[in-house]
Write a protein that binds this ligand. Structure first.
Ligand code: SF4
Length: 288
């Protein structure tokens, strides 16, 4: 789909009309910090929020509410004639909409998808409202902490993936002539989220999406760093004394699967990332 890159000075019909048309039929992805922010707003545990309102182990908000005129289901957090029930805790995707955020060469850009500005398709009344620059809109939506969480979790994703690389490249597995591991990395990049979540299993999904971190929730960077340490520690405990090539293969697949699942929760191109990682592994001697 066509993507239009915007400058922060671009002026667009960005004022939210609050008619709520953007809360129907969307795929709203979540990172672990966003999930816990939601649960705090809702005054329930992150596990309860995840189990009641999310899909695929917590990486996607469930849309199972009353459908609109087009038959598109409402977000589980949407209340008829009221709007979002968790407005203060809403995630980055909702704060930015109809914009998206793309990272290229370590720099973030705001974009919109399609050949026409999305609000003009679904919500033409925004034309009656005052226009804003992208910068003004983003500021009004208080995206700063949510953008920091997104950026920090991209680092967590890379750190987890690095463990998968070590298990393949530094353990003797790649040197043994193994070809199975990269084949499964590729398969997982294309796998449906429900199948990847099932492959990863409940124990690791819980550690990924509802970590036991109760302090520092207000600070997304500290939270994500603590989460990173928990994941790395768990991997060290589980994979520190593997013996056989089969065990190394399974561990590398599992860890890369977890990193790919997180990438999907970050709204990234999971298939593109898996292909990129495969090319890097091959350039370091792994076979396919
Ligand atoms: S979380 Fe709130 S703003 Fe986001 S889609 Fe759901 S109801 Fe709409």
């Amino acid at each position: 789909m066509q993507r239009t890159k915007l400058s922060t000075k671009s002026i667009l019909p960005l004022t939210c009309s609050r008619s709520g048309t953007c809360c129907f039929g969307k795929a709203v992805m979540l990172n672990p910090w966003e999930l816990i922010r939601f649960s705090k707003e809702k005054k329930i545990t992150s596990r309860e929020f995840r189990d009641l309102y999310c899909d695929f182990g917590g990486i996607q908000l469930r849309f199972n509410g009353k459908p609109d005129k087009k038959g598109q289901p409402a977000c589980s957090q949407y209340i008829n004639n009221f709007g979002c029930s968790v407005h203060q805790g809403r995630p980055l995707a909702c704060r930015l909409y109809p914009l998206g955020r793309q990272i290229q060469f370590n720099k973030a850009h705001y974009i919109y998808q399609g050949d026409k500005f999305p609000c003009l398709n679904d919500c033409s009344e925004v034309l009656q409202l005052p226009k804003l620059t992208v910068e003004e809109y983003i500021k009004g939506q208080e995206t700063a902490d949510f953008e920091k969480a997104q950026d920090e979790y991209l680092l967590v994703m890379q750190n987890i993936a690095d463990i998968g690389f070590e298990l393949l490249l530094d353990s003797g597995l790649a040197e043994s002539g193994d070809t199975k591991t990269l084949a499964v990395w590729r398969e997982m990049g294309k796998e449906l989220p429900e199948l990847l979540a099932e492959r990863i299993g409940k124990e690791w999904i819980d550690c990924l999406m509802i970590p036991n971190i109760n302090d520092d929730v207000e600070n997304p960077i500290t939270f994500a760093k603590k989460h990173n340490d928990l994941l790395v520690l768990k991997a060290q405990e589980k994979f520190g004394s593997l013996q056989t090539l089969q065990e190394l293969h399974e561990a590398s697949v599992l860890i890369i699967g977890i990193a790919l699942h997180l990438s999907r929760g970050l709204g990234a191109d999971t298939q593109g990332i898996s292909e990129h990682w495969i090319e890097i592994a091959k350039s370091h001697g792994a076979l396919e």
